[in-house]
Write a protein that binds this ligand. Sequence first.
Ligand SMILES: [Zn+2]
Ligand SMILES: [Zn+2]
Length: 65
Amino acid sequence: MEERKETRTVVCRCPFCEAEIEAAVDMPAFCQPCQIVIVTCTACGGAAREGSERCPHCGEPLGAR
Ligand SMILES: [Zn+2]
Ligand SMILES: [Zn+2]
């Protein structure tokens, strides 16, 4: 029996260089041109740079889990 695991991907846009990034749904996206990881803000859904303290869009603290 073979179980096929489908990796769902989404395309998001890097807020810094406007490059389109394809990433798995549950994974942070990595922007190759910027060499940074893009995370999605849980509060507003906007893209933010991993490591930043707050979302640049709504000001919510990032990484608070
Ligand atoms: Zn970028
Ligand atoms: Zn936000």
